[in-house]
Design a protein around this ligand. Structure first.
Ligand code: DGP
Ligand code: NA
Ligand code: NA
Length: 213
């Protein structure tokens, strides 16, 4: 179209979230997607939640490493607060045209806590008002298969029975922003699918799809 030197008409970036069980391949796919988009000239950053670098993030990290104990609801609210403390920066980045590739977001927040037996609606409440993802790429892998992949580490949630429950909640949370990608396909095939879905999303956002909470 015409000139875009008016700042208010600058194309915004996309909020693209990757979700999946532990060991689903999310983190490596985030890195691959980031470098693909960067090498194609897009303004893009990789983020992750929990962001363990903040004060709240350090409390979360110590909990995940079983170095501290916290009430289930208290840790739920800390995970959520960790997303809230980054919200303003997230909005600025998106509005200034930067696409964010985010490893985990509110869906992890709800699925992991609901899997402990907390009420689903209670779990969702503190996530309300965070920026809604434009696209959620769910890497779908059977919990048994994830457990085999080099084994789990020692973090709190990396146990097969628990991950099975998390998977059930993830399925219950699917909405129109989701694209489910078979995480058992060859890595290169998954990579290609994610590229295509991400590119479509970025173009829609550039063409004026609004940013919503
Ligand atoms: P990661 O750094 O992506 O490996 O995540 C660490 C662990 O924390 C992983 O088992 C998933 C879990 N997790 C991530 N976000 C949340 C959240 O918001 N709430 C809860 N309860 N768990 C989360
Ligand atoms: Na993990
Ligand atoms: Na990860």
């Amino acid at each position: 179209m015409g000139s875009t030197d008016d700042k208010t008409s600058m194309a915004r970036g996309s909020l693209i979230v990757l979700e999946g069980l532990d060991r689903s391949g999310k983190s490596s796919q985030c890195a691959k997607l980031l470098s693909y988009l960067q090498s194609n000239g897009f303004s893009v950053e990789a983020w992750r939640f929990p962001d363990r670098t903040t004060g709240i993030g350090q409390m979360i990290s110590s909990y995940l490493l079983n170095e501290s104990q916290l009430d289930d609801r208290a840790i739920h609210l800390l995970f959520s607060a960790n997303r809230w403390e980054k919200r303003a920066l997230m909005e600025r980045k998106l509005k200034s045209g930067t696409t964010l590739i985010v490893d985990r977001y509110s869906y992890s927040g709800v699925a992991f806590s609901a899997a402990k037996g907390l009420d689903l609606q209670w779990c969702k409440a503190p996530e309300e008002g965070l920026i809604a993802p434009d696209l959620v790429l769910y890497l779908d892998i059977p919990p048994e298969k994830a457990a085999e992949r080099g084994g789990y580490g020692t973090e709190r949630y990396e146990k097969l029975e628990f991950q099975k429950k998390v998977a059930e909640y993830y399925y219950a949370l699917r909405d129109s922003s989701w694209e489910v990608v078979d995480g058992c396909l060859k890595m290169e095939v998954v990579e290609e699918k994610l590229r295509e879905l991400a590119m479509n999303c970025i173009l829609k956002c550039q063409n004026g799809k609004p940013l919503v909470n």
